[in-house]
Design a protein around this ligand. Structure first.
Ligand SMILES: [Zn+2]
Length: 407
């Protein structure tokens, strides 16, 4: 990339020769952080002062990190070797490992900052983070992460989910703490395996949907339960989302059960999930069945993605790069054709924006000029090549290059 001249007019920016997702090459004008004009590349003899020539780089809207845990990662901290569960995957045991690890971790604000900069550096400028709330930690995690969010508000839009990591009924006092967390500034109320963790689906969901209604908050529930049990819980969540008029405001994260059931059952579930406007989040985990992305999208379900855990007590993987996540989703889904690779990209971009209810998303006049410029001919190539050479712009201002924050 070469800059044609130094400096630019206050609150205005121009980018030349941007390759858009549809293959056209365009000049982009930005005023007050939003696209004011997008026109076919003019190759003008005298471009506007300060214009940046993108020289045909692919320009994509900034990625959407739809599920992360800013409070529990050790990214940038001491390496924590993974501890296996004693008798197969067990959420309760993993939570206990996590509590032990966190006692010895670097300060939370520092670890959260490391993770945010990792994500922004790779091009995610909107994020949804779950933040642990339970009787042991109270609101300490929420208060810390709210402070971190405030410090980074000029660089990234962060939604926070008050997340009952130790259950709601299993950890007395948590319902009241979740309510406090929403009052303090969390945007959504979370949940955790209402059946296997709290052993009372109705009571668990009564609290979650009750708090959402009381505080006008969205809902994003962690659901690891498998097979028929998990499907039953999804059906309960879908029914409540419809009954409470919360279409577009409810998400189920992981929803592994959707990867366990027959094609016929999945088609029926997909139809009702789509009709209720419930979004499904997957990170395409390596050793689990996971929601079939293509079949759900075909049914009209919004499927979005997140890194979930990065270098934490749950697993050692994660790099904060949502383009790499699109690659993993495509790889695990058996996506080979261009339209399928484009679907994998959609999961980490436009579908993520829909799931999070983002305003002004995309490369279009009037949208926020939050974008990534990278070296790829088109979206399918970007998904398979995952170029590290990329620049990240917030409101038209360069904030990261090649994975590193600028300034
Ligand atoms: Zn999670």
């Amino acid at each position: 990339m070469r800059s044609l001249s130094v400096g630019c007019i206050l609150n205005q920016a121009h980018f030349l020769n941007a390759r858009l997702a549809d293959g056209t090459v365009a000049d982009l004008a930005i005023v007050d952080g939003r696209f004011s004009a997008i026109a076919p590349a003019a190759n003008a003899a005298s471009p506007p002062p300060g214009a940046v020539d993108l020289a045909g780089q692919l320009v994509l809207p900034a990625f959407v990190e739809g599920h992360i845990h800013l409070d529990t990662s050790f990214y940038g901290d001491t390496w924590r070797p993974h501890i296996p569960c004693t008798n197969g995957f067990d959420v309760r045991e993993r939570v206990a490992f996590q509590m032990r690890n966190l006692e010895q971790a670097a300060p939370m604000a520092e670890r959260a900052k490391n993770q945010i900069e990792l994500c922004v550096g790779h091009g995610s400028l909107a994020m949804r983070s779950h933040v642990m709330v339970d009787a042991a930690v109270g609101l300490k995690h929420v208060e810390t992460i709210l402070g971190v969010r405030e410090r980074y508000r000029d660089l990234i839009d962060i939604q926070l989910v008050a997340f009952p990591q130790s259950g709601i009924l299993s950890s007395p006092g948590t319902a009241e703490l979740l309510d406090e967390a929403l009052k303090l500034g969390c945007d959504l109320v979370g949940g955790l395996d209402p059946a296997s963790f709290d052993r009372d689906v109705k009571a668990h969901l009564d609290v979650v949907f009750g708090l959402a209604e009381k505080r006008g908050a969205g809902i994003d529930i962690h659901l690891h339960d498998r097979g028929a049990l998990g499907l039953f819980e999804i059906e309960e969540i879908v029914a409540r989302a419809s009954a409470s008029g919360m279409q577009g405001e409810v998400a189920v994260s992981h929803a592994y059960a959707l990867g366990d059931i027959s094609a016929e059952a999945l088609a029926r579930a997909g139809e009702s999930i789509a009709a209720a406007g419930v979004a499904i989040m997957t990170n395409a985990p390596g050793d689990h069945a996971f929601p079939p992305v293509a079949a759900l999208r075909k049914a009209g379900v919004t499927v979005f993605a997140g890194s979930d855990n990065i270098r934490d007590s749950w697993w050692p993987y994660g790099d904060g790069d949502m383009l790499n996540r699109a690659n993993m989703i495509g790889y695990r889904s058996g996506f080979y054709e261009d339209w399928e690779l484009e679907a994998a990209y959609d999961v980490v971009s436009h579908a993520g924006a829909r799931a999070l209810g983002l305003e002004g998303y995309g490369i279009r006049v009037g949208a926020k000029a939050d974008f990534v410029a990278l070296r790829a001919e088109h979206v399918p190539e970007a998904v398979v090549a995952v170029p590290k050479d990329r620049a990240v712009y917030r409101g038209g201002r360069a904030i990261a290059r090649n994975g590193e924050m600028i300034g």
